[in-house]
Design a protein around this ligand. Structure first.
Ligand code: G3P
Ligand code: CA
Length: 250
């Protein structure tokens, strides 16, 4: 069965990468959650998509230049007034730490995909920090580390040789299974344009490949249906409730 992963929680309906968004995605019945991590000035792992606070919070400036206590002062909810279900209480959402997300998830078996946002800023030691938090607070759940930045994944493999590593790719690569075996990847996380419609070269050995790919970010019902048809391992979506409803009707 194709799993449904909530992209930054349930980003289409709630403020992305907040505890609220993650809890809503869990309540909607996701098998997994996707989130993004950065390091603060004082070396704390925080969950936010961009390198700066500007787009998703009422703060400004780089994550790397501010301490966790400074970042905790800003609202991670108040920018999302245009979402249809916006409520004023969202304004009290803060930028969560990875530890806080894992504590929230503790009662649930939900899988977690941690994207290491390591291509624009160098975060010294982020792989070690992230993995040590996962070991301490992860409750042995399935965790997948992903990144566009291959060196970061290779570093994670050194830190945690048994870790599940997934390479994020948005351009066609010729022999994906070969790449995966060579790099000891658990999965490829591919942009939907790579597999919609399924490209010719993927027809050979497609079953083996589809078992090992999670596809982002898929919100359109018809596209969700196509990917359920070919049974990709997981769909990463901003609207997990929608994707689960489509899957349940089959
Ligand atoms: O993990 C899939 C997807 O989240 C990668 O792109 O920009 O949404 O983090 P982005
Ligand atoms: Ca991401």
């Amino acid at each position: 069965m194709t799993k449904i992963y909530g992209h930054r929680g349930a980003k289409g309906s709630y403020p992305e990468n907040t505890l609220l968004s993650f809890k809503k995605a869990i309540d909607q019945g996701v098998e997994g959650i996707e989130l993004d991590v950065h390091l603060t000035l004082d070396g704390e792992v925080v969950v936010i998509h961009d390198e700066t606070l500007d787009r998703t919070t009422n703060g400004t400036g780089w994550i790397k230049d501010q301490t966790l206590s400074e970042i905790k002062q800003v609202s991670a909810g108040s920018r999302f007034v245009l979402l249809p279900d916006y409520e004023e209480e969202w304004d009290s959402e803060t930028v969560p730490t990875l530890q806080e997300v894992l504590e929230l998830m503790a009662p649930y078996p939900t899988e977690l995909n941690i994207e290491l946002k390591t291509y624009a800023v160098v975060y010294e030691g982020i792989e070690e920090k992230v993995h040590s938090i996962v070991k301490k607070y992860g409750n042995n759940r399935k965790v997948v580390y992903s990144s566009f930045h291959l060196p970061s994944l290779m570093r994670m493999k050194k830190v945690a040789p048994d870790a599940n590593i997934a390479w994020l790719v948005n351009n066609k690569i010729s022999f994906p299974i070969d790449h995966m075996n060579m790099l000891d990847l658990e999965a490829l996380h591919v942009h939907k344009k790579m597999v919609l419609p399924p490209p010719e070269e993927y027809q050979i050995g497609a079953r083996e490949l589809y078992d090992k790919i999670r596809v982002w970010t898929v919100n359109d019902p018809a596209e969700i249906g196509q990917l359920l048809d070919v049974q990709v391992q997981a769909i990463i979506t901003d609207f997990p409730e929608r994707a689960i409803a489509i899957r349940n009707k089959r």
